[in-house]
Write a protein that binds this ligand. Structure first.
Ligand code: ADP
Ligand code: MG
Length: 442
């Protein structure tokens, strides 16, 4: 078969990069005949340069279009002197193609395992991530991480990509959002470059796709992703996905895709415990070169919600204010900087929480404020206390008072107990997420 050079060109251009293409391939005249492609080059030097850096790529590309073995030969054409002169002038500054393996998507440099705080809420996800790095494509495939917003999914998958590259520098890794994947698909469709698109994604050693829930209702992208997924899985390439919900709960995803997701390992990430949040806020401050006093860390953790992103936001505000005012980081400053957060949160009252929680568990508000001890009331009561603290931001003494004049240490104990259970028990987390959403809506 004679290779249709016009169809090879766009792909070569993509693979070699625009600069290399214009400098080295564009000036070449290609003469395809049966079983071979003759490249007429302007100089011997030109030929050796192409042979050295691009021949492998040219061969594999040509062969895909030839459908069988196809030789690539050279002929030096002296009358292309003008081109040659032009080329020879450019030789010195033209850099050799980068050695580093191509990568799809950008990694966030500091989202590494080193900076990832591990505890009960994410231990399972962390261990899974480690296995993936140790045996890509072999231990678990696909791997599906899910968890609420700001709980570290993007951080974790970036850490996986960094670690894979550290272990095997030549791996080709695609680490990108599902949205970016869709945009690349659309571009490829528009520019009539689907073969290149498919090739780009099917050549990777690992495909790491963030926020897969974005594909909901995007049928064309799901279709394409399905085929990519199958090709990679068959080739034992690692697939890692994240979503804000478990596969079973994402709406608008084709059944066949969903069942593929469910066929792999599913690991969930929960809101971090208090200890973890303290460790995280210290780690984040450390990265900024800020010496964070423990009592200020305490305030930050106490006054932000479950999301780590929110905690980071609080840290940034406090550090920012200290900078602007040129004052040290103190509890007073922290409370000052976080003031508006409080007034915003106060929109949810303790009473509203008592009402919502008692309703959800089929109780009366009086049950929550009573002295009754059975599990049926004590667990919902602890939940209501926890939410009074985390959502309504009421003080411990005030919560103690609102729940039948108890001792404030009882409230502190309840908040910690629920925080701990939430980080270990998916069912408890689920219940809390539901109640929090309801509170926000009302
Ligand atoms: P998600 O993708 O789940 O919405 P991100 O990965 O973007 O969340 O995390 C939000 C922020 O919280 C990031 O700055 C991330 O570094 C930080 N973060 C989350 N979990 C951890 C953790 N366990 N250790 C350190 N930082 C964390
Ligand atoms: Mg994310």
């Amino acid at each position: 078969m004679v290779v249709p050079w016009e169809s090879v060109v766009p792909e070569l251009r993509e693979r070699l990069g625009e600069k290399n293409y214009l400098a080295w391939i564009d000036p070449v005249e290609a003469v395809p005949t049966e079983g071979q492609v003759l490249l007429r080059v302007p100089s011997v030097f030109f030929q050796s340069w192409i042979e050295r850096y691009f021949l492998q790529t040219i061969r594999t590309t040509v062969e895909r279009y030839a459908g069988s073995d196809c030789a690539v030969r050279f002929e030096v054409v002296a009358d292309r002197k003008a081109v040659r002169d032009e080329q020879d002038k450019r030789l010195a500054p033209e850099p050799a193609p980068k050695r580093r393996a191509p990568r799809i998507g950008k990694l966030i440099p500091h989202y590494t395992f080193d900076n990832f705080v591990v505890g009960p809420s994410n231990e399972m996800a962390f261990r899974t991530a480690c296995s993936v790095c140790e045996k890509p494509g072999k231990a678990f495939n696909p791997v599906f991480f899910h968890g609420g917003v700001g709980l570290g999914k993007t951080h974790l998958i970036n850490a996986i990509a960094h670690e894979m590259l550290r272990r095997r520098g030549r791996s080709v890794i695609a680490c990108l959002s599902a949205e970016n994947f869709m945009n690349q698909l659309i571009t490829a469709l528009r520019q009539d470059q689907m073969p290149q698109f498919r090739d780009r994604f099917r050549r990777v050693d690992a495909l790491i796709l963030d926020d897969i829930q974005f594909l909901s209702g995007k049928e064309r992208t799901q279709e394409e992703f399905f085929h990519t997924f199958n090709a990679l899985e068959n080739g034992q390439r690692q697939i890692v996905l994240t979503s804000d919900q478990p596969p079973s709960a994402i709406v608008g995803i084709e059944k066949r895709l969903r069942s593929r997701f469910e066929g792999g390992l599913i690991a969930d990430i929960h809101p971090p415990t208090r200890e973890m949040r303290i460790a995280i806020v210290h780690a984040k401050a450390g990265r900024k070169g800020v010496d964070l006093p423990p009592e200020v860390a305490e305030v930050l953790v106490r006054r932000s919600g479950v999301s780590v992103r929110e905690l980071e936001g609080a840290l940034n505000r406090v550090v920012g204010m200290a900078d602007v005012r040129s004052v040290p980081l103190t509890v007073e400053l922290a409370n000052d900087a976080l003031g508006p957060l409080d007034s915003f949160r106060a929109a949810v009252s303790v009473e509203a929480i008592q009402q919502t929680v008692s309703h959800r568990f089929g109780l009366q508000i009086a049950d929550l404020t009573s002295r009754r001890r059975g599990r049926q009331v004590s667990f919902p009561r602890q939940i209501a206390m926890y939410l009074s603290r985390t959502v309504a931001q009421a003080s411990y003494p005030r919560i103690a008072q609102e729940f039948g004049n108890r001792d404030h240490t009882t409230v502190m104990y309840a908040v910690r107990a629920i925080e701990d259970r939430r980080s270990r028990d998916a069912a408890v987390d689920q219940v809390l997420v539901g109640i929090e959403a309801e509170l926000r809506e009302n």
